[in-house]
Design a protein around this ligand. Sequence first.
Ligand code: 13P
Ligand code: SF4
Length: 359
Amino acid sequence: MSLINSGVTREGVPGLAEALAATAATYTKVRRLIPEVEWAAYAPLIVEIERLKRDRNAVILAHNYQTPQIFHGVADITGDSLALAKRAAETEADVIVVCGVHFMAETAKVLNPDRTVLIPDLEAGCSLAESITAEDVRALKKRHPGVPVVTYVNTSADVKAETDVCCTSANAVEVVESLATDRVIFLPDEYLGNWVAANTDVEVILWNGHCEVHEQFSVAEIESYRRQFPGVQVIAHPECDLPVLEAADMVGSTAGMIDWVAEHRPRRVVMITECSMSDNVAAEFPEIDFVRSCTICPHMKRITLDNIVSSLENLEYPVEIATDVAQRARRSVERMLEIGRGKSGRRRPQVSELLHQNG
Ligand code: 13P
Ligand code: SF4
């Protein structure tokens, strides 16, 4: 008999049966991903987190790369970086716990200077955010006077404060084009910058930051998926190198990828991005065959149910940003929010496609 349905009270684990009962509906969603024995460890933590959220008037924001037990178990708001920033700007909660990486928590704080914003592990960083400093941006502006700076949100508040406008992978092309200029400095993701350059006439001056997760994908890997899984649809995040993106069927932010799956309902799909994404989306679409490419973001995975409990119990770790930096960074983030979401999967036709179209 199933542990979940048996009403079992495990000796030494008081309250387990109640916790399993309280989380049964969530477990139904993720049961193909998480074995019962593991859920028995998560259920009491989920119940505890729900109680602490009520006590603290707290809200949990979780990025699409969080594990299913966080994403489906305790998150109030889920999404890509743009959605999390937007929803953070709208919340009425006293406490915001960001289950994501540090730059996401900083963005939430920049938009909510008077609320308590917590990140459960201060070491949850990002290779892109670490690739550039405010000093680097000041030096670039000196080298290219008058050229506006567009900064990917995967950066520190210090870097955002030095820039004209932020963007995410969901609106990078639209943000660049909104400046109505011939050239922009685009920081710090070289690959996302290449993708922008391939989709606009604006000249893009690049930095050499990379995402340590997405830089691992190759065209050979995509070709191998196509060989092994006939008919598979390949959808990729624009932090991948341009040849990888050119080899994909669709390119979009994490939310753009989810929307695409929801709209197109492919029989079989592989998401060229961090691996918890496929798990989280597979839970919503049991009829779709998700081919898993397991590439983990070690920073995202620093967030666990255990440290979310500590975070809510002890209000750790509060994100603090100097007032003047926060003010300048807020201006860049708010300009981005005004532009909103762009079109996923833009790509200029290749020369071969144009020849084909023209007969
Ligand atoms: P999204 O904005 O597409 O969610 O991407 C954030 C991120 O860190 C991807 O690696
Ligand atoms: Fe940063 Fe890459 Fe991890 Fe996203 S997946 S948080 S870009 S290291």
